[in-house]
Design a binder for this molecule. Structure first.
Ligand code: NAD
Length: 247
């Protein structure tokens, strides 16, 4: 890939008063958390219709918790990778005002970003599906299947399953950021999960410069992307951040 693309992207970030990143599963692949759609990803082991809908959870919580425990175990062992750290550096440098993440792993916060909108929730926080009680993910319950609340209801990670709405607060915050930013950095997302996939289009409508970092082209690439940084986020984001901070 030409150095010219990186230069264009860095200049756009430096020019922009408001820069927002939208991140997906690809941002955490180099931390050892598989994405869902690539070959060998999570969906090939846990088909979404069978595991990732509210109906599937209500029908058979023990079965769906097999996936939650595996995801929880992988996520609890993961650390931020150089891509996450580069985004944290950009915020520290005043060149990134917020991240909207579809990830449920908490790695952006762990890397040091302070404005992180979790669009699809967080696997670390559990909520009871019958009452208001909450608690933290605890892998030691694995042998007992789906964890129960003291009220008798089943606990569920506070993640948005297919068919569930995005909670209103992150939905509105993300929409506002997308509609007002001057540059958007899209990292490791397949552009297939709505409404998150609509955010870059909303940004483009507002005239934002779109930078995309992905190992392969997506539907954004040939429609709205202005600078496509093809390759792993853990390599390309540190390179981009260095160029931004060198100016
Ligand atoms: P996705 O699995 O649909 O797509 C991942 C994208 O990342 C693909 O376009 C792929 O080409 C790209 N990618 C893979 N490795 C990369 C790398 N090293 N650098 C840059 N790009 C890379 O993911 P999605 O678009 O986020 O949608 C899936 C849903 O699954 C999300 O809603 C998310 O909540 C959830 N999910 C979250 C995690 C997590 O929290 N880490 C992991 C898996 C899935």
């Amino acid at each position: 890939m030409s150095e010219e693309v990186f230069r264009k992207a860095a200049e756009a970030i430096n020019r922009a008063p408001l820069v927002v990143a939208v991140t997906g599963a690809g941002a955490s692949v180099e931390s050892g958390i598989p994405d869902f759609r690539s070959t060998g990803g999570l969906w090939s082991k846990y088909p979404p219709a069978e595991y990732a809908t509210m109906d599937a959870f209500l029908d058979d919580p023990d079965k769906v918790w097999v996936m939650f425990y595996e995801l929880g175990e992988t996520i609890l062992a993961a650390q931020p990778n150089p891509g996450h750290l580069a985004l944290a550096k950009l915020e520290e440098f005043g060149k990134l005002q917020g991240i909207v993440t579809q990830n449920i792993d908490g790695l952006h916060q762990q890397a040091g970003n302070t404005v992180v909108i979790e669009y699809h929730g967080n696997v670390h926080n559990l909520g009871c599906s019958s009452c208001f009680r909450r608690r933290r993910m605890d892998l030691s319950f694995r042998a007992h299947g789906a964890p129960r609340c003291e009220c008798g209801g089943y606990m569920k990670p506070s993640v948005v399953l297919f068919g569930e709405p995005i909670p209103p607060k992150p939905l509105m915050q993300a929409d506002t950021l997308a509609r007002t930013c001057n540059a958007m950095l899209i990292v490791g997302t397949s552009a297939q999960v709505y409404p998150a996939a609509g955010l870059p289009y909303a940004a483009k409508e507002n005239g934002a410069f779109i930078i995309e970092c992905n190992v392969e082209p997506t539907e954004f690439t040939h429609s709205i992307t202005d600078a496509f940084l093809q390759g792993p986020a853990g390599e390309n984001l540190p390179k981009l951040a260095q160029l931004v901070m060198a100016r």
